[in-house]
Write a protein that binds this ligand. Structure first.
Ligand code: ADP
Length: 455
């Protein structure tokens, strides 16, 4: 028992000693671990975060097109590799950007040279109406210097330059912007002579990358030199004028001779001769009509429409026109349905020219109407103290695609079999517009047409 007791006491002492030693060891190791953990806790985030921060900054710089940005991580771990790859990418981007810039500069120079060498004047404006470019021809005709215009506001320039004001009037004046469809004819002293230019404003629209909507980024003002065409046009007008004038006298005398031949006092004609005389009479009338139209158009083209405005009643005009076309209408068994509103005040108009217009509309209506129909002639006063005269026929009508062309000179609807010059309606338009009026057409193919004069 004693022996056992001693052994137990010895073992317990050893165990106590060992446990004390173990506690010391554990405490020491625990402290060391804690210190290491504390050091790691302090250092590790900066080791990871710093390169990421630097990398993020560099990526931002690259995104902002600063391709010279590089990253420098000393370590040989994954960050080192990442830095190397990033630097390679940045270098390649830098090379690509430089070569692209060079190419763009080349392309820009080429386009600038091209625009400068164009014989037509060209002016380029940005969306804020600042001058981007103006080629030498444009500078020359506007009498301006490059350094005074490039980058300057066109509205400022237009204040001291009349031609620029004319060129940009409907661009700067928003109320006129819509009236941009038709090219405008401008007379300018260029090439030591009076030259004619056709102005065209071309809006430049793009769809920016990644966007869906079109954006206006400026306008190009283009002047087409049409002087040579104008000169040819003048020559043509003069030629037509002279020839028609020269032809008018002999044809009128043929007409007179025919009238004399028809006179029984000179001698009687057999039915065959009478028939031939009728044919000659028809042809001479047609020739005289064509010559009359040609003379009218030369008057219009040379800008020499002489108006003789007098107070005129609508009844007078319509009576004149219906009398002049009555016999042709009878040949096709067409009658006139005249509806003139009561109490229309007399208008101040050129009686002869307005009557010519209505006569022409009536003779067209007769020509293109079906036989045995009625042509409606309606006149009424409109709200704005104007008078509206409309001529409606029942007949072949006009295809919609030709409606906006039929008032053009020499235009005839393709396939029109009836003889004519294609001048009648264009003269009508000029005569009516010269008096401040309008002429319009409405038509349904296969049903008929209505021509309306507002004067
Ligand atoms: P022209 O009658 O001498 O050919 P116009 O200028 O008077 O010349 O008419 C131009 C064209 O318009 C005609 O060729 C014809 O095709 C068409 N046109 C004019 N009036 C009518 C009408 N009332 N109905 C159908 N077509 C018409």
């Amino acid at each position: 028992m004693l022996l056992n007791m001693q052994a137990l006491q010895r073992k317990s002492k050893v165990a106590t000693q060992t446990s004390e030693e173990a506690i010391i060891w554990i405490a020491t190791v625990g402290t060391i671990c804690f210190v290491i953990a504390l050091m790691l806790f302090d250092n590790l985030p900066s080791n990871i975060a710093n390169p990421i921060k630097e990398l993020t900054e560099s990526i931002k710089q690259i995104a902002a097109k600063n391709y010279s940005k590089r990253v420098h991580f000393e370590s040989h771990n994954e960050y080192g590799e990442l830095a190397q790859s990033f630097n390679v990418m940045a270098k390649k981007l830098e090379e690509y950007s430089n070569s692209n810039l060079e190419r763009l500069m080349m392309a820009k120079k080429r386009i600038e040279t091209l625009i400068n060498n164009m014989r037509e004047p060209v002016i380029g404006l940005d969306e804020h109406f600042m001058v981007l470019f103006m080629n030498d021809t444009a500078l020359q005709i506007c009498n301006l210097k490059k350094e005074d215009v490039i980058g300057k506001s066109i509205s400022e320039i237009s204040k001291r330059n009349d031609l620029i004001r004319t060129l940009t009037s409907n661009l700067l004046n928003s109320s006129l912007q819509e009236q941009n469809e038709k090219p405008l004819l401008i007379k300018i002293y260029a090439d030591n002579k009076e030259s004619y230019f056709e102005k065209e404003i071309i809006p430049i629209k793009i769809v920016p990358t990644g966007e869906k909507e079109e954006k206006n980024i400026g306008n190009v003002i283009l002047l087409k030199n049409i002087t040579s065409f104008k000169e040819l046009d003048f020559a043509k007008t003069n030629f037509i004028g002279t020839v028609s004038h020269e032809l008018k006298t002999p044809i009128s005398s043929i007409k007179m001779s025919i009238q004399l031949l028809e006179n029984k006092k000179i001698g009687s004609l057999n039915p065959e001769q009478q028939n031939l005389i009728e044919n000659i009479k028809d042809d001479t009338s047609r020739l005289l009509k064509i010559i009359g139209e040609l003379l009218n158009i030369t008057q219009v083209e040379s800008g020499a429409i002489q108006l003789n405005k007098t107070p005129t009643t609508i009844t007078e005009i319509i009576e004149y026109a219906t009398n002049a076309t009555k016999s042709t209408a009878e040949q096709k068994e067409i009658d006139f349905d005249i509806d003139i509103a009561k109490n229309i005040a007399p208008i101040l108009a050129d009686k002869e020219k307005t009557a010519w217009v209505i006569t022409n509309l009536l003779s067209n209506a007769i020509r293109y109407a079906d036989e045995n129909t009625s042509i409606k002639i309606k006149a009424q006063e409109t709200d704005n103290h104007k008078v509206e005269i409309s001529v409606t026929d029942i007949g072949q009508g006009i295809l919609p695609e030709y409606l906006d062309k039929i008032f053009d000179r020499y235009f005839r609807v393709p396939g029109t079999k009836k003889d004519g010059t294609g001048l009648g309606l264009s003269i009508c338009k000029e005569f009516i517009e010269a008096q401040g009026g309008t002429i319009t057409v409405k038509s349904e193919y296969g049903v008929g047409s209505t021509f309306t004069v507002n004067i």
